[in-house]
Each structure stands twice: as C-alpha cells, then as structure tokens.
Design a protein around this ligand. Structure first.
Ligand SMILES: *[C@@H]1O[C@H](CO)[C@@H](O)[C@H](O)[C@H]1NC(C)=O
Ligand SMILES: *[C@@H]1O[C@H](CO)[C@@H](O)[C@H](O)[C@H]1NC(C)=O
Ligand SMILES: *[C@@H]1O[C@H](CO)[C@@H](O)[C@H](O)[C@H]1NC(C)=O
Ligand SMILES: *[C@@H]1O[C@H](CO)[C@@H](O)[C@H](O)[C@H]1NC(C)=O
Length: 218
C-alpha cells in the first residue's frame, strides 16, 4: 500500500516537473473577503473569460466597459451603473445587487452570484461569476481595475485562474481603448440581460459566432 502511494506521488511529481511549475489552484480560486466599501467607485474592465454563449464574439467587438458602484440607503444593497462601448456605440444600464459576506447576488429575473478571487494587483478586482437561467448555467472570470492597464504578471495570474477553472484563456481589452462618457443614458440592465439569456435559439448562433471569431481573429 505504502509503496503504491510513493509511486503515484513520484509519477505526479514527474508529470508536473516536466512542464511549468505546479499551480496552486486551491489558493488561486479561494474567495477573498471584501467589504462593500472596497467595492464602491469606478472600475474599468480589463479582460476575462466566460462560457456564456456569445461572450467571445462580444469580447472581440467590445471596446470598453466601466462600472460605477454606489451605496444605497440599504447597507446590503449596491447600485451598479454600467457603461459599455460596443463597436463604437456607448450604452448604459443600471441595476441593484445585494452584497453580503463578500458575495454579490442577483436573484431575479435570473440568478447571479459573484465571489472575488485573489490578485497580486493592488487596485484590481477579480470576479468569479455564476449565472443560472432556467436549465442553463454559465461561469465567467472577469478582471476589473481602477487603472486602464495592469502589469503582465497580473494578467498571467488571471490566466492561471482561468486554467484552474478550465475556462478558455482570457480575452484582454486593448489598453488604449476609449471609454464612454459619464452621461450615457441608462436602461434597466437586468431586463436586457435576461432577454439575452432567454433567447435559446440565440445561444446556438452565439456559440457558432464565438467559434468563428476565435478562428478568424486569433
Ligand atoms: C473572512 O471572513 C470570515 C467571516 O467574517 C472569516 O471567518 C474568515 O476567516 C475571513 N477570511 C480571511 C481570509 O480573512
Ligand atoms: C436600488 O435600491 C435602492 C434602495 O432600496 C432604491 O432606492 C433604488 O430605487 C433601486 N434602484 C434600482 C435601479 O432598482
Ligand atoms: C452572512 O454571514 C452572517 C454571519 O456569519 C450570517 O448570519 C448571514 O446569514 C450571512 N448572509 C448570507 C447572505 O450568506
Ligand atoms: C503574487 O505575489 C506573491 C508575493 O509577492 C508571489 O509569491 C506570487 O508568486 C505572486 N503570484 C503570481 C501568480 O504572480
């Protein structure tokens, strides 16, 4: 018994020893504690990965996203103003989330849960998000920062986290992107996102688009 254990252990060491140094996925994926105050203010989207159909095509067309997270009169409710520039066009949306015990939740009209992961970048927010809509479940890993660009080492860490989650390698935004102005009109963000999630036929088209974009753009 003991001998078998040693052999397995050695084989394990050999197989990781030949490639890169071992990645400690447990540590990289362990949610961090974050206060609601630390969430507040403006965050620029830097890059990420998602298995949400259409997200990679959208990623290639996306010029920028920023969030402005604001407190409300309720201590566990935050309001998110989100503005994005997609193919040169700015649009905005606004939605409320609950934030408790370092976890963000949206329960209606779909279920969304976010926890925050370790990063070596002091003014970054690494988000691990799960979305459930009817029978479907999707995961995303997203990196936001207070700055418009971050160090290559910090991007590497995000890539390792994506690898640990067995997700496609993150698509990073062009750091010279143009962001949208503050005064973009906002619409109800959750309703828009929900109709996207419910477009079942749309999902197949979106998956196909994702593949095409990855083939032709990368
Ligand atoms: C996070 O907060 C929880 C509950 O407040 C606490 O039990 C835990 O030790 C904290 N973890 C870290 C890494 O600080
Ligand atoms: C968000 O919640 C606050 C506090 O309950 C409320 O005043 C505000 O109208 C809500 N905003 C949206 C967009 O639902
Ligand atoms: C947050 O943590 C507190 C104390 O541990 C617990 O009473 C509460 O139910 C938790 N809330 C959520 C939404 O998990
Ligand atoms: C993050 O920083 C710590 C401490 O400086 C370092 O040991 C670790 O290798 C860094 N992680 C990555 C993935 O760069």
């Amino acid at each position: 018994m003991k001998c078998g254990g040693v052999v397995v252990l050695l084989l394990g060491l050999l197989s990781v020893g030949r490639t890169a140094p071992p990645i400690n996925c447990d540590a990289l994926l362990k949610p961090i504690n974050i206060s609601n105050e630390q969430m507040l203010g403006r965050w620029l989207y830097i890059g990420g990965s998602s298995d949400l159909p259409g997200s990679r095509s959208l990623g290639h067309l996306l010029n920028s996203i920023w969030l402005d997270i604001r407190a409300t009169s309720l201590s566990n409710v935050l309001t998110i103003f989100q503005t994005q520039r997609i193919y040169g066009e700015c649009s905005g949306m606004i939605y409320n989330v609950t934030m408790e015990n370092s976890t963000m939740l949206i329960e209606r009209p779909f279920y969304l849960k976010e926890v925050y992961l370790q990063t070596n970048c002091s003014d970054c927010l690494v988000v691990y998000e799960e979305v459930k809509s009817n029978q479907d479940a999707f995961r995303s890993l997203l990196l936001f920062s207070r700055q418009q660009s971050i160090s290559p080492a910090d991007v590497e860490m995000l890539k390792m986290q994506a690898k640990c989650l067995q997700m496609p390698s993150p698509l990073m935004m062009d750091p010279s992107y143009e962001i949208c102005p503050d005064n973009v009109a906002t619409s109800d963000g959750l309703a828009a996102f929900n109709s996207l999630l419910e477009a079942k036929m749309g999902q197949r088209v979106a998956r196909l688009l994702d593949k095409l974009f990855d083939i032709f753009i990368n």
